[in-house]
Design a protein around this ligand. Structure first.
Ligand SMILES: [Zn+2]
Ligand SMILES: [Zn+2]
Length: 310
């Protein structure tokens, strides 16, 4: 399987989880797009809450595209209950503007509504890149997350959930699903609403041949991305004995795998590291975290170790 570093093209920086006045954000769609554009982002997806209370918004952001900034049509989907009796939050990026609403009047589940797994499947079948949103914020169980079989990815960092309640993590769920053999990738997002410091804090770097919505969605589906709060990852090579990493100046390069397997290499202003895999004999997959001197992190997608035998 190719990764972001071996795929052709260049990296585009984007946030694909964002709200506007079309649901519970406080800035109009045009202003949200302007701010991301001026902050140096290459693309944005507005993903307003797709519920009846907001008239099932799928915001047409095509007017805010420029020569160097693209927008992807999307929504945060809500239908069905998780194990704790609360409403599903599922990110769908690359939706058609006429995606059919479920019966989801508000932020509470109601009798007879479409299930979370079903609406996720419908979104994927309609062409969207589908991610399980903010698992820690939602209090998802492993069974909940496992049930979204149509998911391409899990949100492993949600900046709004960090700013608003310190429940930003999705890796604990993603690591266990990947350990079951699910070929999930990972995305960091802002989930910005702009009423608290929930913006410009977590993004994806997507490798594509052009900054075009279809190319970006295809690249996300192919796993041609990494996630970041700041550091750049420039190359990752997984060999039988080590993981070789090139990145912007950092203080730690960490490799994680199945169960308790993890190994860190620390230093100052490191731009490359070789992380030995001696303790990864049970790991059919590995992933990489890069930490810079300010504590900002970047994360690779999981890598499956081809031909690996536990
Ligand atoms: Zn949400
Ligand atoms: Zn959201």
């Amino acid at each position: 399987m190719s990764d972001a570093f071996s795929a052709p093209g260049r990296f585009f920086r984007g946030n694909h989880h964002t709200h506007s006045t079309r649901s519970d954000g406080i800035l109009a769609p045009e202003e949200v797009c302007r701010r991301y554009r001026e902050e140096g982002y290459d693309f944005l997806a507005l993903t307003d809450h797709f519920i009846g209370h907001y008239k099932y918004p799928i915001v047409d952001t095509r007017p805010y595209r420029t020569g160097r900034f693209s927008t992807i049509i999307g929504a945060e989907l809500h239908s069905g209950a998780t194990h704790n009796g609360e409403l599903w939050h599922i990110l769908a990026v690359g939706l058609p503007l006429d995606f059919e609403p479920p019966h989801a009047p508000g932020f509470e589940p109601v009798e007879g509504m479409e299930s979370g797994p079903a609406i996720a499947r419908r979104a994927r079948d309609a062409g969207a890149f589908v991610a399980v949103a903010h698992p820690q914020w939602s209090g998802l169980s492993l069974d909940d997350a496992r049930s979204i079989e149509a998911a391409h990815a899990v949100e492993i960092y949600n900046h709004g959930c960090w700013a608003g309640c310190d429940r930003a993590d999705g890796w604990s769920i993603n690591d266990r699903l990947v350990s079951e053999g699910k070929q999930l990738t990972a995305v960091a997002t802002d989930d910005a609403h702009f009423y608290e410091p929930d913006h410009f804090g977590g993004w994806v770097m997507v490798k594509a041949e052009e900054n075009d919505p279809d190319a970006l969605v295809a690249a996300l589906k192919a796993g041609h991305n990494y996630s970041s709060q700041g550091p750049e990852i420039r190359r990752i090579e997984v060999t039988a004995k080590s993981v070789e990493v090139e990145c912007s100046a950092c203080v730690s390069v960490i490799v994680q795998g199945y169960g308790q397997a993890a190994k860190a290499v620390h230093g100052l202003s490191m731009t490359r590291a070789s992380v030995p895999l001696d303790r990864f004999y049970k790991s059919s997959w590995v992933r990489v975290t890069v930490v810079d001197a300010a504590g900002k992190r970047a994360w690779s997608n999981p890598y499956w170790r081809e031909g690996f035998k536990a």
